[in-house]
Design a protein around this ligand. Sequence first.
Ligand code: KIV
Length: 267
Amino acid sequence: MPRKAVTLHRLREMHASGEKIAMLTAYDASFARLADAAGVDCLLVGDSVGMVVQGQSSTVPVTLAQMVYHTECVARGNKTAWIVGDLPFGSFHQSTAQAVASATALMQAGAHMVKLEGGGWTTEIVRALVERGIPVCAHLGLTPQSVHALGGYRIQGKTDAQADTLKRDAQALADAGASLLVLELVPAPLADALTELLPIPTIGIGASVNCGGQVLVLHDMLGVTRGKLPRFVRNFMIDAGDVSQAITNFVDAVKKRQFPIPGEHTY
Ligand code: KIV
């Protein structure tokens, strides 16, 4: 039986019933088609495209026009997955009006939801987008667009004060109407506390197996990315015969809570 289209309502049902949400990045039609057919719930057209496709050293140079292009490509390949379009650096920082215009461009390119990185200062932006019918995924913890301000790709929320700020920001973003929250590179006990606290699903990457779902960058989990990878990455290609099987195994591992392995892929 072909799967029905994943909707926001379906994601909420999954969360309510305890079913984990499997999210994977995609940047083009071919991989979007494979990931959708393999049962990935959410395709994230991430600004990680800057690093894994364009060869940039961070996501900062990625433009809105590039994100629109990649969102269109993914939308053409996808049939049923929920598409999340990432708002790139500088596309929502100036004003709420700028954020609404940028999010509109991604939605018209085929996204079903937009994702934006940042804490308390993004709360009003989230509220404005949601009021205008644009579903929002927030992103806290390590926010790669701020890598230069954060001093590198480091674990966030290690001190009590940082953890309190994260809790306050997460609650404010959920109250403003965010429907999902990506938690990147936060200690597992803090990810668990945030997951308990919030009414919306948390999607972990280097966070905790108890998050409402998990996300990985496609090129990382297929073993394409070179160099030293963060410990939260698992190469699903090693035990798979082909890309489709690797993605199926990822979905399976997320649903069965076999990925991430506490202590091995988490902090
Ligand atoms: O751009 C991206 O791929 C992301 C994930 C790391 C969550 O934001």
